[in-house]
Ligand binder design. Structure first.
Ligand code: FRU
Length: 517
């Protein structure tokens, strides 16, 4: 008996260690997100190779399994049946003699163009950047090049191609983050690659031999930092295909540090032509970077981003792990003020999290309105949607007994949305973290519609059907517990729906060791 309980205690201890280097199950640690993907332990940055295949969504990610800071990059792996509940899997790709494994994509090679499929099996192909640290130290400018690997068991194990790299470096220091998609009209693969201050397109019949097609963007868009993680995404507007080219840049974002800009235009299999010269941002908040779309999701174009910023990603005060992803967001297009914009809205699959719902109409807010009291008091994980006239200032305020406050609102004089994390809790790990970020209101509709998704340490704001989007992390000293609506000038919220949200993590005791569900 004594022996068995000692063995059990040891097992429990080992499980807790594996769950994140703290003696706490994932879920109860400070700042652990409940419905955003976080690795159970260690460092994560960009989402990579997201793909839907045989009923499962796969998320690979930049991962350093030995520390909570960036280091030799691997591809971590997680799977989900609904993009909401994720199960962490063993590491998919390890560094090798050609270098560390930087960002890239995965495609389903349905027609076996690569020839890696055996006995009718469809291969999944990962296309990624090898980053050769030794060459970088030797001051070569050719230390990044593109390589491939294939999987014949639905992404569980990967074999790197013996003749890597498939795209050697022509002498460009920043030559990375290949995002590949099939271009049906010309039956070829298109690689969208970040090449320092522009995007370069390559094509291939078989994912092994690549030909340069064109360059885009040297003189267009924002150039406050290096271009990274591009993605070329087809969307439909009024029955016509419009291509969106996403380009992450760091630094140079609209609210400081990392952010993702986009261009809308035309792609003919060779060249991308932007239809406007204006710089447009996919998300104005400080914490949505390196986002790209899932492959193989039919007409739905779904993005997840890294919910952090290179300005402070390695300083945020989480203990066992660093960083989370945004919720998956579906792209659309919308006209506003005679201009076409990309919209992002949370995917409908998130509805599985809906718990208690409170619906209110004509809520008049003069000064402060205690929404927490009206809805049951959960300010920790919830979704709030509301409609209000665009004629007065108002805000949604999360607070706790430590005096921490996170404010999300609309500023009439600026005609802008904002997230203010000045007093949101732990902010002093980085100068400039505790500040107010803004996004212009692009819609000209008389009524504002807002959706807020709040998790323990993040807020995502989708305004006017996804025309203005902001994402921000914050680190309260204890969970937010109070939820109020505020308006000094007074406002009547015509419609409001509050949903408390369930956790997407496994219930304690039901985790498999090494799994986050
Ligand atoms: C973007 C990025 C990519 C690179 C990866 C390295 O955040 O810098 O350009 O491939 O991170 O981890």
């Amino acid at each position: 008996m004594q022996k068995r309980s000692t063995a059990f205690a040891l097992l429990v201890f080992m499980s807790f260690c594996a769950l994140g280097q703290t003696a706490q199950p994932a879920g109860s640690e400070a700042h652990r997100e409940q419905f955003h993907f976080t690795p159970k332990a260690h460092w994560m940055n960009d989402p990579n190779g997201m793909v839907y295949y045989k009923g499962k969504y796969h998320l690979f990610f930049q991962y350093y399994p030995e520390a909570t800071v960036w280091g030799p990059m691997h591809w971590g792996h997680a799977t989900s049946k609904d993009m909401v509940h994720w199960r962490e899997q063993p590491i998919a790709l390890y560094p090798d003699s050609l270098g560390w494994i930087f960002s890239g994509s995965v495609v389903v090679d349905e027609q076996n163009t690569s020839g890696f499929g055996k006995n009718g099996q469809v291969p999944l192909i990962a296309i990624f950047t090898h980053h050769n640290q030794k060459l970088e130290k030797q001051k070569s400018d050719k230390f990044q090049y593109q390589s491939i690997a294939y999987s014949l068991d639905e992404g569980k194990t990967w074999t790197k191609y013996a003749s890597n790299p498939v795209l050697p470096n022509p002498g460009i220091t920043d030559f990375r983050d290949p995002k590949v998609r099939w271009y049906g009209p010309q039956k070829k693969w298109i690689m969208t690659l970040a090449t320092k201050d522009r995007v370069t397109f390559y094509s291939s019949p078989n994912l092994k031999e690549w030909t340069k097609e064109s360059e885009f963007g040297k003189d267009l868009g924002a150039h406050g930092g290096v271009w990274e993680c591009p993605d070329l995404v087809p969307l439909t507007h009024n029955g016509k295909t419009v291509w969106a080219l996403l380009v992450s840049i760091n630094p140079g974002g609209p609210n400081g540090g990392s952010a993702t800009q986009y261009f809308l235009g035309d792609f003919d299999g060779k060249t991308f032509t932007s239809s406007s010269k204006e710089t447009k941002w996919m998300d104005y908040g400080p914490d949505n970077y390196a986002g790209v779309t899932f492959a193989n999701t039919g007409n739905r174009m779904i993005l997840m981003g890294w919910m952090s910023n290179w300005q402070y990603a390695d300083k945020v005060p989480t203990v066992a792990w660093r960083s989370a992803n945004t919720v998956p967001r579906e792209f659309g297009l919308q006209e506003a003020n005679g201009n076409l914009f990309l919209t992002s809205t949370p995917v409908k699959e998130l509805a599985v999290l809906t718990d208690k719902t409170t619906s209110l109409t004509n809520v008049s807010v003069n000064g402060e309105y205690d929404l927490g009291a009206k809805t049951g008091g959960n300010a920790r994980t919830f979704k709030l949607t509301l409609s209000a006239p665009a004629t007065s200032d108002f805000s949604v305020v999360l607070a706790n007994d430590k005096g921490n406050e996170l404010v999300v609102g609309y500023d009439k004089s600026e005609n802008a949305y904002y997230i203010d994390r000045t007093k949101s809790g732990k902010t002093n790990f980085e100068k400039g973290f505790g500040k107010r970020s803004t996004s212009p209101r692009l819609s000209t509709a008389k009524s504002i519609s807002l959706t807020l998704l709040v998790d323990v340490a993040s807020v995502e704001l989708f305004a006017d059907s996804g025309l203005s989007v902001m994402t921000s992390v914050f680190f309260p000293e204890e969970d937010m517990s109070k939820l109020t609506l505020q308006s000094a000038s007074g406002v009547t919220i015509s419609k409001l729906t509050y949903n408390s949200l369930k956790s997407a993590l496994a219930e304690p005791g039901k985790e498999k060791v090494g799994a986050v569900r």
